[in-house]
Ligand binder design. Structure first.
Ligand code: SF4
Ligand code: SF4
Ligand code: SF4
Ligand code: FES
Length: 984
């Protein structure tokens, strides 16, 4: 703690703090246009000038020191602040009443008011550039841009897409995209960071334009007339009177603009934000206070919400009759569902039915679905789509450290000395998490190693990028670990104190020599040694992995190998270390946590544990089934075998997302009775007997659990679209028609029941999750949560981790002479999964209209393929017709297909091979042959407006020093230039 004098008062504060933070905390009313607490010091606006020990300094660039004498309200400081703000206003026309940004939070408006500015000394001068509207989601108006460079800082150093800069040397500086391209044809990924932090209307969401204000929708000609009129009266009235009018208009907006906190519905990062709406129109998404993301979003969370108001939304239940669907009432549909479920149960027993929960829906909804399956029907045939991606990672962690979740938070990843990413296209699949890694790598010297088949963005940025042969990750992981042990580089003290099973495990590593790894993985021994040394030399290692590891026939073992490596190198139990399986869907962690699994009730309590069952039986007043049920994979088999006759699925696109789609379609068509519940008529719905119209996340309340094990509340932004219902209500309706007598009126009541039955969630309450508050499980009854796991030991009875012995097996579906190419697949930044929601966004469709297959330049030359050539891919299981995209992201005989397509879905090609432990399909083990179709090459499947074709302009931030070198730049000197009134 230090002491200083602030405006004559002694204050005590923490050393190292920025002076501006002290001033803002003390309500000192110091202006600050470029400073933003999540961007830090930028120093472009000069409006925060204060006197420190008699010298004028920028408060945002001054660190407090002992004995400092700060005068924030002196005449010199005040005059300097006004002078700086006058220069800001020379770049910005005040027309607040007819501005869509006049919503009470405009920094320029509020600073004008705070400084009681009446007139400008330097007149406004428009910049000689047109408004750029070429991005589908936002626009840039150079003439309103005050050149604060917040957007540049956000793009360069928070998002780290490095698209934006300012040409400080130009006579008329402005913000540039890729050094001077139109926004639409630049490397901009439309993440919206820049728009979020802009202090005025220079960067604005198009969804706001003409929509936010009472008079902002008026035609441009009338608008210009009004602006002229206002400018005309300003010399006589001053800004004060004009601002009063705009303030009144802004206050009126409050009554019709709703601001509701929600949690993103797309990926597992768990970004949260306010959504501004006017009736059903989404004005904008405002991230600021989210514990994970702060100001950050990706294109989907910021702009990908058109699907909510899509005319394709289902609003009536549908019943199949004579091979077609007819609309039905809710009463009719629910009665039919209950009658058919009861009939099938009575005839064939409860295990003839199966239930599939949704990783897109809430924890409460997953809980109710498994309660319906177990307590009402009496079966453990219950699963969710973590079976398709996450189960092997969870198994690897269960085997070694005890909990099946990320060992820490994203903050802990930021603190790592080295981040090792394996089989994860993090920048596209978990964009905001990737930004945190990119930032630490760019600004704080964090090392980055990437192992992947494709040279994606993180691979480009990596200090070391390795490309093992497909399906061989377990080999190099074990070989590197063995090399570390053999070289005496293992953390023996840590192992001795915290880890069991070392000798047996070490023995299992015998076959994994560096030579074997070199031969099997195609990685030079020198590279493997380099990697090993980087790991042992790092102050801490966080390893991130995803479907590139888990979706293999050795997914569980490879995940185990990762955790073993972390244990051998002592990379657990402190920040900056640990294992982070990146959960794909927004609530894939939560769906499993809340019992949507064939072997577990909530919180991974085993269905075959009598004590657990007794507790649930007492609460639910039923007898529960005692043995593990069928998982997704086994359900498909059981339908083919005639054992499974009915299925109830909600919010899952099993027909496109499960592997070997032809086989899955065959099964779904055999079901005697199939209920699909969704917001759109999905491919899966085509197989249903009854389709029930559900509501998306924005139309309901509940909780999601992100990849960090973070439980967050979402609030209802919009009323359910007429005719649709939140899933939890529908599940309750079905249960009650089957005689359950459930009476949940709100998801909070469901959570109360979950917490009472689940030690892992004992202290989770809606009150503790209010607003932006969150909890990371396990949560003790007193509400204490665990952002960092394993601080006092591992989650085993003796507190010790377990090294798990491993062996190598050959990958499935290997290439041969006929099927000579390896086909990989994954997500794209713009689309989520198969694209059911994201294709409803015109802007996203403009950027990525369809799927494609990536072909390496060498293979393209060999086969006569160009970007746009139609090819047919044949696997041992099916075929698809798709356009080629020639790119260096892939190499040699490896192909890659994004999974966002319903017309050419990747899963027509994948097999039914699975990880033996978890039955997760080996999606990434697919061999194909490619036939070039005799068709003229069409357009490139990715249009020129896609960011991937363009080149960012990285720099270390705003580069304000270049501004200060301008001949016309003068630091405010606090010398009065005009009679400035002393502000109140
Ligand atoms: S990538 Fe585009 S939207 Fe994101 S901050 Fe940069 S310029 Fe803005
Ligand atoms: S566009 Fe960028 S530089 Fe211009 S006012 Fe907005 S944030 Fe500041
Ligand atoms: S998709 Fe993921 S990274 Fe993007 S805003 Fe949503 S939660 Fe954040
Ligand atoms: S807020 Fe300090 S220079 Fe802009």
């Amino acid at each position: 703690m230090i002491r200083l004098t602030l405006d004559g008062r002694e204050v005590e504060l923490n050393a190292g703090e920025l002076l501006i933070d002290l001033l803002l905390r003390n309500d000192s009313k110091v202006p600050h246009v470029c400073y933003h607490d999540q961007l830090g010091t930028i120093q472009t606006c000069d409006t925060c000038m204060v006197e420190v020990n008699g010298q004028l300094v920028r408060a945002c660039a001054t660190t407090v020191t002992e004995g400092m004498k700060v005068e924030s309200k002196s005449m010199r400081a005040d005059t300097a602040q006004r002078e700086a703000f006058d220069r800001i206003l020379a770049n910005h026309l005040l027309y607040c009443t007819v501005c869509d940004n006049n919503n009470g939070n405009c920094t320029i408006h509020n600073t004008t008011k705070m400084l009681e500015v009446e007139h400008q000394n330097i007149p406004f001068k428009p910049k000689p550039y047109e408004v750029d509207k070429t991005n589908p989601f936002y626009q840039y108006d150079p003439s309103q841009c005050v050149l604060c460079a917040r957007c540049v800082e956000a793009c360069q150093n928070v998002e780290v897409n490095e698209t934006l800069s300012i040409n400080w040397e130009d006579p008329n500086p402005r913000v540039l995209w890729d050094g001077g391209k139109s926004i639409g044809e630049s490397s901009c990924v439309s993440c919206g960071h820049c728009v979020t932090v802009c202090p005025c209307n220079a960067l604005m969401e198009k969804s706001m334009i003409g929509q936010a204000g009472y008079m902002t929708g008026i035609p441009k000609s009338v608008l210009n007339g009004m602006i002229e009129m206002v400018k005309g009266v300003e010399p006589d009235t001053g800004y004060g009177a004009i601002l009063q009018v705009s303030e009144a208009e802004s206050a009126m907006r409050e009554s019709r603009t709703r601001k509701t906190k929600t949690v993103c519905t797309y990926c597992g990062v768990g970004c949260s934000f306010d959504i501004w709406t006017r009736d059903r129109h989404i004005l904008k998404v405002v991230p600021s206070a989210g514990p994970t993301n702060g100001i950050s979003t990706c294109v989907k969370g910021k702009f990908g919400w058109d699907f909510v108001n899509s005319p394709e939304r289902l609003t009536k239940p549908l019943i199949r009759e004579n091979g077609t669907f007819r609309e039905a009432t809710w009463d009719e549909a629910l009665s039919l569902v209950a009658r058919r479920f009861a009939e099938i149960k009575a005839r064939s027993g409860p295990d003839a039915l199966a239930f599939i929960s949704s990783s897109k829906c809430t924890n409460e909804e997953s809980y109710l679905m498994q309660k319906l399956a177990r307590a009402v029907i009496g079966t453990n045939n219950m699963d969710n789509c973590s079976r398709y991606c996450q189960a092997p990672a969870t198994t690897g962690l269960f085997r070694t450290v005890g909990y099946g979740g990320d060992s820490g938070s994203i903050k802990d990843i930021e603190n790592a000395g080295l981040v090792l990413i394996i089989g994860s296209n993090t920048a596209e699949s978990h964009p905001v998490l990737a930004s945190r890694v990119k930032e630490a790598h760019k600004l704080r010297g964090q090392k980055l190693v990437v192992a992947d088949l494709r040279k994606h963005e993180m691979a480009h940025r990596a200090d070391l990028f390795i490309r093992p042969n497909p399906g061989t990750d377990i080999v190099w992981l074990c070989a590197v670990t063995r090399y570390i042990i053999d070289s005496g580089l293992a953390k023996t003290e840590f192992i001795h104190q915290w880890v069991n099973g070392f000798e047996e495990y070490k023995k299992s590593l015998e076959p994994f020599t560096l030579e074997f790894a070199e031969k099997t993985c195609g990685l030079p021994i020198a590279t493997l040694k380099q990697l090993a040394n980087m790991i042992v030399e790092a102050s801490g290692v966080c390893v991130l992995w995803a479907m590139g590891i888990t979706q293999h026939s050795m997914g569980s073992d490879s995940s185990t190998a990762i955790s073993n490596l972390m244990l051998v190198t002592g990379n657990y139990m402190r920040t900056g270390t640990g294992a982070y399986p990146l959960r794909g869907h927004n609530n894939v962690q939560g769906a499993s946590d809340h019992g949507a699994m064939p072997n577990n009730l909530t919180g991974y309590q085993k269905v075959d544990d009598p004590e657990v069952r007794a507790r649930f039986e007492a609460a639910w007043k039923v007898k529960l089934p005692t043995t593990k049920g069928l998982d997704n994979h086994l359900m498909i088999e059981a339908i083919h075998d005639g054992k499974l006759k009915a299925m109830y699925l909600f919010g899952e696109e099993i027909a496109l997302v499960d592997s070997n789609a032809n086989y899955v379609h065959g099964a779904l068509s055999k079901l005697e009775f199939f209920v699909a519940q969704d917001i759109f008529f999905s491919r899966t719905c085509q197989f249903a007997d009854v389709v029930l119209p559900a509501s998306p996340s924005l139309e309901k309340e509940g909780t999601f659990t992100s990849t960090e094990r973070r439980i967050q509340r979402l609030y209802q932004v919009l009323e359910p679209l007429e005719g649709s219902r939140p899933d939890w209500r529908i599940i309750q309706d079905v249960a009650n028609r089957l005689g359950a007598n459930w009476n949940y009126r709100h998801p909070s009541e469901i959570y109360r029941e979950i917490a009472a039955l689940t030690p892992m969630f004992a202290g989770v309450t809606y009150e503790r999750l209010e607003g932006y508050k969150s909890l990371q499980w396990p949560v003790a009854a007193d509400g204490t949560d665990q952002p960092l796991l394993y601080t006092k030991g591992f989650f085993f009875p003796d507190g010790k981790a377990r090294l798990y012995p491993l062996a190598m097996r050959e990958p499935s579906d290997a290439p041969d002479e006929e099927f000579d190419l390896h086909l990989n697949n994954g997500r794209m930044l713009e689309h989520f999964h198969e694209g059911n929601m994201t294709y409803k966004s015109n802007g996203i469709r403009e950027k990525v209209p369809d799927t494609f297959v990536e072909v390496s330049p060498e293979l393209a030359t060999e086969r006569g393929i160009q970007s746009g050539t139609w090819v047919q891919l044949f696997s041992r299981y099916g075929k698809v017709r798709v356009r080629a995209l020639v790119t260096e992201r892939v190499t040699g005989k490896q192909l890659y297909m994004p999974m966002n397509s319903s017309s050419s879905p990747i899963n027509l090609l994948t097999s039914s091979h699975t990880d033996k432990e978890t039955h997760t399909p080996a999606y990434k083990e697919t061999s194909v042959r490619m036939v070039v179709l005799d068709e003229t090459a069409g357009e490139s499947p990715l249009p020129r407006v896609n960011s991937r074709f363009h080149h960012p302009t990285p720099q270390m931030g705003v580069e304000v020093e270049r501004k200060w070198k301008r001949a016309d730049y003068q630091i405010p000197r606090g010398v009065p230039v005009a009679a400035a009134p002393k502000r109140s």
